[in-house]
Design a protein around this ligand. Structure first.
Ligand code: AMP
Ligand code: MG
Length: 312
């Protein structure tokens, strides 16, 4: 059994596991989160593998206090008002990412924005502060299953796919956090949750509900919900054409970059967004050819993301 009551000792063990790149499920006031160190790309890849998520989506990065935000993002006046009123609490805020942050690109799905939240609860707070790392943490359940509000639900859904489950009793709120985008002039609710639009607009003025316009590309190659390179992508490429960049997987002759020479899908997931970005250079290339990636494990999410990028 890998479920243990949350005590100072098990929380310290959880922090050790996280720093070593492992997965720890922990209670927050919303639901149980499946946490990994957001600065370690392979640890973040393990989240997608454990959940069996067929697609990479940006994850909420959990922080030990609002003071951590400026290490990773560019907070504005609205952020400070909202954080003072609602943190720790069930409100995730999307901000522009700071340049050169240590956050793994896989945690933000390659976006230039980042969703941050300071969760409430003694266990989450103690774990974050003991680890001293920002934690990417979606709900601790297999993809498609309901979000877990008890440690037992996590164990039933994820079993041994998680290194440690910290049991801190039932979650008090039981629904996911409100996600609010602060990167636009008018703030936009991307996901409704426990904090209501009325509570938010009292502090920062009018807020909009997510519309298609809110998800329009903000600049070429950058969408709110999906990262896509500006160059066309050619998938399942066995050979490379002139002026094409070649993104390899496994032994690949002529690869410009290789997602994983040893055919390790975790390593490939960890490298995906950073390598796409670095090959997305119209001065050097006119397309990106990508070698076949096996459709198994976290390879399913890699292929999903490549197909989306190819069909832009
Ligand atoms: P989860 O972590 O699975 O509870 O869900 C994260 C939610 O936050 C999803 O609805 C994401 O689309 C949203 N989200 C996370 N990061 C961003 C971001 N940088 N921009 C927009 N939405 C985000
Ligand atoms: Mg979920």
């Amino acid at each position: 059994m890998n479920t243990h009551p949350a005590t100072p000792d098990t929380i310290a063990e959880g922090a050790r596991i996280l720093k070593a790149g492992g997965l720890v499920a922990f209670p927050t006031e919303t639901v149980y989160g499946l946490g990994a160190d957001a600065t370690q790309p392979e640890a973040v890849a393990r989240i997608f593998e454990a959940k069996g998520r067929p697609s990479f989506n940006p994850l909420i990065v959990h922080l030990g206090s609002a003071d951590w935000v400026s290490d990773f993002a560019e907070p504005d006046a609205r952020f400070h008002k909202l954080a003072r009123a609602f943190w720790p609490g069930p409100l995730s805020l999307v901000l522009n990412q700071r340049r050169g942050t240590p956050i793994a690109q896989l945690a933000t799905a390659g976006l230039e924005t980042i969703a941050v939240r300071c969760p409430e609860g003694a266990v989450a707070n103690a774990l974050l502060n003991a680890a001293g790392r920002p934690l990417a943490a979606p709900s601790a359940n297999r993809s498609g299953a309901v979000s877990p509000t008890h440690a037992d639900h996590v164990a039933e859904s994820l079993g041994d796919r998680v290194d440690l489950i910290l049991d801190g009793g039932p979650c008090s709120i039981g629904v996911e956090s409100t996600v609010l985008d602060l990167t636009t002039r008018e703030a936009v609710i991307l996901r409704p949750g426990a904090i209501t639009p009325e509570q938010i607009s009292t502090l920062i003025g009018p807020v909009a509900a997510a519309t298609n316009a809110a998800h329009a590309p903000k600049s070429p190659g950058q969408m709110l919900s999906h990262y896509a390179p500006s160059l066309p992508l050619r998938l399942n490429a066995k050979t490379v054409a002139p002026r094409e960049a070649f993104l390899g997987f496994g032994p690949t002759d002529g690869a410009t970059l290789n997602l994983s020479e040893s055919s390790n899908l975790f390593e490939a997931a960890a490298n995906l967004f950073a390598m796409l970005r670095s090959l997305d250079n119209p001065d050097r290339f006119n397309a990106i050819a990508v070698a076949p990636v096996p459709e198994t494990g976290v390879g399913i999410a890699i292929n999903d993301r490549l197909r989306r990028a190819a069909s832009q």
